[in-house]
Design a protein around this ligand. Structure first.
Ligand code: AMP
Length: 590
């Protein structure tokens, strides 16, 4: 259905809470695909004035004017049942994220001039199974196969390694809009090995914004006696201006926060100092310090053994972050790779490696969580349910571990296997990520051995196999978070978003179904995209060789139209622009 080269093409995507970034490796060099001239695209989704889907900067632009039709920071809801209402419908986090991924896919296709169907997508190292599954499902909905889900700090380390090429021990401190991760990474002879990861999926720049919002709301109430927290529009305006103010405080000691008519005829006028702000966010920064210590302990390292500390994620630009790290760990942190782009560049490098490109780095990733099953502990004064870990936190991926468990009763016909994620001995303190029954066991005395095997793949996806040793009877289950309080059905989701993404979704259904009669339709699109790419190359040759102003301007205009047609997946327009370009080139090349 697609050409071999299309199948090999994999892009790297940093699907961020605040911004998303696209990267590829071109001629051996990792490169960001700019979106409308910018290296990052706001992870913002909305409905435009005519109810049409808008994504990225356009959606962010309408956040204040149409807060009810715009959604931000959806990554924080991944893996939950949260629903976002846009217009007359509600959408799951997977569906909203799929709109962002679809937009990135379209931009990648417009830039590369060929279909993009595969991606390496990054997630916070501390994302659990449900959050990782949700990310994969969002990709599928967007018509992308997430060939690998990698941890953000790991990706950042890959990007860093590509820039430095030396053997060293690194601490990657990744503070984004919504999540915080810290990883200890060892780079040795081109192998990037993550030794330990720790983090908090609900800590980031958004929390810093919230501190400033709370402070400002209180100051406004004190001055005017008005509580603006119930006014959605005013709150969205505050979010926008205070996020800007926060970034100003990175570079300046004071910021003036002014907004006319914030509530009725009352204006907001306030000055905030950097030291006041730093006090507000101090408890969050201390939390990041606790995570650093946990990761260092897990990696078996003390701070002076670290060679470098790498800061990643937009919120790590906050000066108090670098100061805290320097005073606590006595190492000056560095921003060698742009903190906003490091993760995507690493994803791009990993994507290129998976496509078969020669890249010197090899990635050794780890699981940030312990996976266990529960059993009854009879050793104490009272019997109690405890968790027995099979795969321990920070094990290198992929990994497989087996353990024997035994039936409790004579003639026991079935056993229930509970699978937990988390670090506690008490199952109630961990997350139950799956359970299943192994039935029709042999009729034998108590102590019948059941071998439990946990296989964790490179995407941190867990497969559990239970085998009755004496009969070889086996039950294999891929942990599916949908069975545990989460309802997500890909086809239902496709139906739900069809109204917004229209024909695209039909095209993907066709791609899924090899026997579909409409294969020709896809081939036509693929060949149109291939033609567009070929024409683009021919134009480049002509432009480099030198054209007169009029011809150059005509070619540039047509190339712009081609890019827009690919981005909008407007096949009729692409056909037309391909034809015109082909005619123009025919005369010019002559
Ligand atoms: P990321 O998820 O890595 O894109 O990071 C986004 C977060 O970084 C948001 O909370 C931004 O407000 C924050 N951020 C971006 N630039 C700065 C800056 N110069 N100073 C402080 N925070 C920033």
């Amino acid at each position: 259905m697609t050409t071999a080269s299309n199948n090999d093409l994999i892009v790297g995507i940093d699907l961020g809470t605040t911004n998303s970034v696209l990267a590829i490796v071109k001629d051996g060099v990792p490169e960001i695909i700019r979106i409308e001239g910018h290296p990052t695209m706001p992870s913002c989704v909305g409905l435009g004035p005519d109810g049409e889907l808008i994504v990225g900067q356009r959606a962010l632009n309408q956040l204040v004017a149409s807060p009810e039709s715009t959604v931000q920071s959806i990554k924080r809801e991944m893996g939950t049942n949260h629903l976002t209402t846009l217009g007359a419908k509600s959408y799951s986090p997977e569906e909203i994220s799929s709109f962002i991924l679809r937009e990135l896919k379209n931009h990648a296709e417009a830039f590369l001039g060929q279909p993009v169907q595969k991606a390496v997508i990054t997630v916070p190292a501390f994302f659990d199974e449900a959050q990782r599954q949700a990310t994969k499902q969002a990709a599928t909905l967007a018509g992308l196969e997430a060939v690998r889900i990698i941890n953000e700090p790991t990706a950042a380390a890959l990007a860093y390694d590509a820039a430095s090429l030396t053997n060293e021990k690194l601490l990657v401190y990744d503070l984004g809009g919504g999540t915080f991760d810290v990883s200890v990474v060892v780079v040795e002879d081109g192998v990037v090995e993550v030794k330990a990861s720790f983090g908090d999926t609900r800590l980031g720049g958004d929390d810093f914004d919230q501190c400033l919002i709370d402070h400002t709301v209180a100051a406004f109430k004190k001055k005017h006696g008005i509580d603006v927290t119930t006014d959605l529009k005013a709150m969205r305006r505050l979010k926008v201006i205070l996020e800007r103010a926060k970034c100003t405080l990175t570079d300046e000691p004071y910021v003036k926060v002014e907004e006319d008519y914030l509530s009725g005829n009352k204006h907001l006028k306030l000055e905030i100092s950097r030291s006041e702000y730093e006090e507000m966010i101090d408890s969050y920064l201390q939390k990041t310090l606790t995570c650093i210590h946990k990761a260092m302990t897990d990696a078996g390292l003390v701070p002076h053994q670290l060679d470098k500390i790498l800061l990643v994620g937009g919120a790590s630009r906050t000066p108090a972050v670098a100061r805290l790290i320097e005073t606590q760990l006595k190492i000056e942190p560095r921003f060698d790779v742009d903190p906003d782009l490091a993760v995507a560049l690493g994803a791009g490098i990993q994507a290129a490696t998976l496509s078969g490109a020669e890249i010197h780095s090899i990635l050794v990733d780890i699981t940030p969580h312990t996976f266990s099953t529960s059993t009854i502990d009879f050793s104490g004064p009272v019997e109690r349910k405890i968790c027995v870990p099979l795969i321990k936190r920070n094990s290198p991926l992929p990994t497989a571990k087996s353990e024997a468990f035994y039936t409790l009763y004579h003639g026991q016909e079935e056993v229930r296997v509970d699978v937990y994620q988390g670090e506690h001995v008490n199952p109630d303190e961990n997350t139950l990520i799956g359970d299943f029954l192994v039935r029709d066991l042999s009729n034998v005395p108590a102590g019948n051995p059941i071998i439990l095997k946990f296989d964790l793949d490179l995407n941190n996806m867990l497969k559990v196999t239970a085998t009755e040793k004496i009969s070889g009877k086996t039950r294999e289950v891929v942990m599916d978070t949908r069975e545990h309080g989460r309802h997500f059905d890909l086809n239902e989701a496709r139906d739900n978003i069809r109204g917004l993404v229209g024909k695209d979704i039909d095209v993907e259904s066709v791609v899924d179904d090899d026997d579909n009669d409409e294969d020709d339709y896809i081939d036509t699109e693929d060949s149109m995209l291939a033609t567009a790419k070929d024409l683009r190359k021919r134009c480049d040759v002509l432009i480099k060789a030198g054209l007169n102003e009029e011809d150059a301007s005509q070619i540039e205009k047509l190339l712009r139209q081609s890019t827009e047609a690919i981005r909008d997946r407007s096949w009729d327009a692409l056909l037309e622009v391909n034809d015109t370009l082909s005619d123009v080139l025919f005369y010019l090349e002559d």
